[in-house]
Design a protein around this ligand. Structure first.
Ligand code: NAP
Length: 291
């Protein structure tokens, strides 16, 4: 039997519509500040897409574009200003930054309460400890797809291929938080095919086109393909879609699977950050001495 194909565009649209409803019910719109250092055209397009999605959801985009030659101190001071600004619910530093700047060091300066990308060391630490915090957007999007399809995670054997800080590692922790039994595979995994073939939930976040084929997939497994590999004939995932579609129970296409979820989850994180800060503000006004 053929796998159910996940419609990531439709699920992302549903999440964005929920975010828009949540924003409409808020006293004031959340603000998402983007920092784009320099004028890299690809980064400019990513930021423009995020700002457009914000406007559509009723979130206010707050645009900052320091020049390509901006110093670490200048960008750091902008981040400090945004950390302190109550109109700013979330802060996003678009990566990569120009080579004279240290992207991770700058990202680490973002207040974790406003870290809507979920990528600061503090946010990563909160996730590792299973404590509440803002979670990274792409891994969170993978969970949303699985949840919307009713995939049982508790007790499931989950294999994540790829251990990047951006996708694989946080996703493994999110799955663990949901009581899956998680294996994190990588380029040095001894027998990747046998490891993957155990999985009830198999996620590929590798960056190698069509690395996983039918032999990697347990019949009926949920297979989520995070890979986005630009080839001459278009985008390809890390999973060989045609080889796997008759074997998997659930399968994401590329494009149109995980891809659209990232911005949707960024918008959701911005609303979560705004809500948490308004709760904090109420608590402070009711108890100004903090006693
Ligand atoms: P990355 O930082 O390059 O990490 C790739 C991981 O895959 C590494 O852990 C690496 O293992 C592992 N790996 C490489 N070759 C392997 C092999 N032959 N067998 C098993 N594991 C192998 O990549 P990333 O940032 O996580 O991105 C992964 C893919 O997801 C890319 O195609 C990227 O474009 C895509 N992506 C999509 C979205 C989205 O849809 N919104 C967002 C982010 C990323 P080692 O650690 O051992 O080197």
């Amino acid at each position: 039997m053929s796998a159910t194909i996940v419609d990531g565009k439709a699920i992302a649209a549903a999440v964005r519509a929920e975010v828009a409803r949540d924003v409409a019910a808020m006293d004031r719109p959340p603000g998402l500040a983007t920092i784009l250092v320099g004028d890299d055209p690809a980064s400019g397009i990513y930021v423009a897409n995020k700002q457009k999605a914000c406007r559509e959801a009723g979130i206010e985009p707050i645009d900052h574009r320091p020049p390509a030659g901006a110093t670490h101190a200048e960008v750091a001071s902008l981040i400090a200003e945004l950390n302190a600004d109550p109109a700013v619910s979330g802060i996003l530093l678009q990566l990569p930054v120009p080579p004279h700047l240290d992207g991770p060091a700058l990202t680490a300066l973002i207040d974790p309460a406003k870290d809507v990308d979920g990528l600061t060391p503090l946010s990563a630490g909160l996730l590792a400890q299973g404590r509440p915090g803002l979670r990274p957007c792409t891994p969170n999007g993978v969970l949303e797809l699985l949840d919307r399809h009713g995939v049982e995670l508790q007790g499931a054997e989950a294999v994540v291929v790829g251990r990047s800080i951006l996708v694989g590692k946080p996703l493994a922790q999110l799955l663990l938080e949901r009581n899956a039994t998680v294996t994190l595979a990588h380029s040095r995994t001894a027998d990747l095919q046998a490891t993957c073939a155990r999985a009830d939930v198999l996620v590929a976040a590798v960056g190698v086109p069509r690395l996983l084929g039918a032999g990697h997939v347990k019949p009926g497994a949920a297979v989520i393909d995070v890979g986005m590999n630009r080839l001459e004939d278009g985008l390809a995932g890390d999973v060989d879609f045609h080889a796997v579609v008759e074997r998997a129970g659930l399968l994401t296409p590329v494009p149109g699977g995980v891809g659209p979820m990232t911005i949707a989850m960024l918008l959701r994180n911005t609303v979560l950050a705004a809500r948490a800060s308004s709760v904090d503000a109420t608590e402070r006004s009711e108890n100004p001495t903090g006693r």
